[in-house]
Design a protein around this ligand. Structure first.
Ligand code: AP5
Ligand code: MG
Length: 215
């Protein structure tokens, strides 16, 4: 049974950036609740329509919607060899549910906090651009694409997330402090917490991540 890696950290910490590297290097699926919810919103599914208002205002989507998609995703066969959870769990109640869903596999959990000072998060978020086709992550200030608005990897169009506008970013940071921050203590108490300094350049952060995970 492979590792179940949970990435914790504020919006803009670089969870998605590191999750893609971890998933690629170790051949485990990248399970991002944010990406799955955004896809549902784009496709205007019933679930997407329910989630949209909360996401647009930077609030958390209800636990039952999120748990539904996570349970379904974790039950697929590719998650048997391990998985890279990004953006879930997001509050203590989701963490308790995950423990239940995993059963014996809970032994394999590592919670990795990507620790970044709040003052650099706003620039990371407002400068972020994502490829619509392959999901690659760029930043117009720190890691711009070679050609404006075009993905280096697949040539797809780069777009800005609706919730990366400054007003919504502020609300997301508040929600993080209130609901998600307590998970740091939660996983410390469970003896599962590791911390990486996420303020350095992404490849340096990744080197540390590999050392910490001992993968
Ligand atoms: P979600 O998509 O999970 O967003 P988030 O947690 O707010 O985190 P982000 O994706 O904004 O940041 P990130 O840490 O992944 O950073 P990234 O690597 O992209 O959630 C969105 C919404 O969905 C929520 O608000 C909620 O409504 C809903 N939702 C999702 N999960 C939920 C759940 N479990 N329960 C309830 N609701 C849920 O990097 C950011 C930028 O910085 C990029 O431009 C990148 O290029 C740059 N960057 C990254 N690393 C570095 C570095 N080391 N140095 C310089 N720049 C860097
Ligand atoms: Mg992300």
């Amino acid at each position: 049974m492979g590792k179940v890696i949970i990435l914790l950290g504020p919006p803009g910490a670089g969870k998605g950036t590191q999750a893609k590297k971890i998933s690629e290097k170790y051949g485990i699926p990248h399970v991002s609740t944010g990406d799955m919810l955004r896809e549902a919103v784009r496709n205007k599914t019933e679930l997407g329509l329910k989630a949209k208002a909360a996401m647009d205002s930077g609030k958390l989507v209800s636990d039952d919607i999120v748990l539904g998609i996570v349970k379904e995703r974790l039950s697929r066969s590719d998650c048997k060899k391990g998985c890279m959870l990004d953006g879930f769990p997001r509050n203590v109640s989701q963490a308790e549910s995950l423990k239940e869903i995993l059963g014996e596999r809970y032994n394999e959990v590592v919670a990795l906090l990507v620790d970044v000072d709040e003052n650099i998060l706003i620039k990371r978020l407002t400068g972020r651009r994502n490829c619509l086709k392959c999901g690659a992550i760029y930043n117009i200030y720190f890691s711009p694409p070679k050609v404006e608005n075009k993905c280096d990897k697949c040539g797809g169009e780069l777009i800005q997330r609706d919730d990366d506008k400054e007003e919504v970013v502020k609300s997301r940071l508040e929600v993080y402090k209130e609901s998600t921050l307590p998970l740091i203590e939660y996983y410390r108490n469970e003896g599962k917490l590791k911390i990486v300094d996420g303020s350095q350049e992404p490849n340096l952060v990744f080197e540390k991540v590999v050392q910490l995970l001992g993968l």
